[in-house]
Write a protein that binds this ligand. Structure first.
Ligand code: AMP
Length: 471
């Protein structure tokens, strides 16, 4: 999971406008990644400069605004990225955009997703354009950038043609933005449309963001990039084409469960409403005799509202989160326990002497829930019924969630939901069924590989990939 944004203008934008617009969009996507941030700036004359930082978006903004090394008088466009690593190490050096040059073009790419077979893409780049491809790559972003570059070379330096062919070689997910030295802005979403991407085109200005919420906040009318669609903007016209692989939309269901902002739409479906329905279905299939519904903030809040509405049990905020502790999930394994312990506080008057339904969006490793239940018990709760608005997370994800090994998953080592419930310290534990999760979203098809081990690629077998990745 990462956030990407872009801005390009046919009106020769000022530096501050181009940077300001691009990073305003990216700030709205900060929840999609906090490890590092990067921006690529293309001048009207086609020069491309990249700045990366191991920080949040706002501090990059302050730095690039005053950076005379990359300051351009007339900017064609920018692409930007905030990283949540799913491939390669954490370091800020692996922040996007990835810049490739050497041939007739310069190309900068940033993407959201994950390419499971990136070594195959790297081999493709080596075979098509050995003169522009290094001897090794560290992660999928680099492999993707070199593969697109090599395909473009193969197509007479036509990047649109390269992007049309790209999905023939990819097992995984990508929503990408790219800048070339022509200059040109390119936008593409893989034919399965696994990760979100949306844009706005007004008065010869193109705005792109991973989620519609970012465009909404800027008061822009938006449209989602269709699965398999490629947009190309050279400053005078926006051209729309399709990739050679037919679209077969199967968007990531976890975007609805957790990743996306509730004020976003993904494939035309309101993320907020889908979460509300998850809670509603959960109450129907896993009722509990309780006095209060308590959400795990922030991720369980909307499903908890749905649960409360459907069950008639009042909702109250019994858990308070310290936002300054940051993301426990992506912290180093030896820090997770400590951080989980200090991240949450319990509101005693809400839970004392009460039978409590605790609602969260998901349990992955179980770290969060184990500490929370212990605190709620010590806060005086008499019963703890845990309800989870997604099915048991049993399988690794190769499409952009950083859980690439089953050993990390709580259910991997347990034989049943009851056993998991006991090990966490619940009085009962229940998950929404996959069927009801799908109904909450309401699309004909979604990728639910993390819950079913069934991925939208016939060639994707979990065990083979685990072996490949851990090599
Ligand atoms: P865990 O503590 O490992 O069971 O993680 C579950 C908690 O982390 C839930 O409260 C989720 O909201 C959140 N979460 C689930 N998946 C992810 C993810 N891929 N990245 C970051 N947070 C996540």
């Amino acid at each position: 999971m990462c956030g990407i944004s872009a801005y390009a203008s046919g009106n020769r934008a000022s530096y501050s406008r181009a940077i300001g617009r691009t990073l305003s969009l990216l700030i709205e996507l900060q929840h999609r990644g906090q490890e590092s941030v990067g921006i690529g700036v293309a001048s009207v004359s086609g020069d491309i400069k990249v700045v990366k930082k191991g920080s949040l978006v706002l501090s990059l903004y302050e730095e690039v605004l005053g950076n005379s090394n990359i300051k351009e008088r007339e900017v064609f466009g920018c692409i930007a990225h905030t990283r949540y690593s799913t491939s390669g190490r954490y370091g800020w050096e692996l922040a996007h955009p990835e810049l490739v040059s050497g041939g007739r073009l310069k190309l900068a790419i940033a993407f959201n997703g994950n390419i499971a077979n990136y070594r195959d893409l790297f081999a493709l780049a080596r075979s098509l354009a050995p003169e522009y491809t290094p001897s090794y790559v560290e992660n999928d972003t680099q492999a993707l950038a070199y593969a697109v570059y090599a395909l473009a070379k193969d197509e007479g330096w036509d990047v649109v043609e390269a992007l049309k062919r790209l999905p023939e070689y990819v097992i995984g997910a990508y929503s990408l933005v790219a800048l070339t030295s022509e200059p040109r802005l390119l936008v593409a979403r893989d034919p399965r449309g696994i990760r979100p991407l949306a844009y706005s085109y007004v008065d010869k200005e193109v705005y792109v963001a991973s989620e519609t919420a970012a465009l909404q906040v800027l008061d822009l009318d938006w449209r989602e990039v269709r699965a398999g669609e490629i947009l190309s903007f050279d400053g005078s016209a926006l051209e729309v084409t399709d990739s050679v692989v037919a679209p077969d939309p199967s968007p990531c269901v976890f975007e609805y469960v957790y990743f996306s902002r509730p004020d976003s739409y993904f494939n035309g479906v309101s993320v907020y409403l889908s979460r509300l329905k998850m809670g509603w279905y959960l109450a129907r299939e896993a009722p509990a005799e309780a006095d209060v519904v308590v959400p795990v903030p922030d991720s369980g809040r909307i499903a908890a509202i749905g649960y409360s509405m459907a069950s008639g049990i009042p909702l109250a905020e019994g858990i308070i989160v310290n936002k300054y502790v940051g993301r426990v999930f992506i912290s180093a394994p030896d820090q997770r326990d400590v951080l989980s312990r200090i991240k949450y506080g319990v509101v005693r008057p809400v839970v004392e002497g009460k039978r409590v339904v605790v609602v969260d969006d998901s349990i992955v490793r179980g770290t969060t829930m184990r500490f929370l239940l212990d605190k709620l018990r010590r806060g005086g709760a008499t019963k703890l019924y845990v309800r989870i608005a997604s099915p048991p997370f049993t399988c690794p994800c190769y499409m952009g969630i950083d859980v690439a090994s089953r050993r990390e998953l709580l259910l991997w080592s347990k034989t049943s939901v009851e056993e998991v419930g006991r090990s966490l310290g619940t009085d009962s534990l229940a998950y929404i069924s996959l069927r009801n999760l799908e109904l909450s979203v309401g699309l004909p098809k979604v990728c639910h590989g993390c819950f079913s081990c069934s991925y939208p690629f016939s060639e994707l077998r979990a065990f083979d990939l685990e072996k490949k990745i851990s090599r």
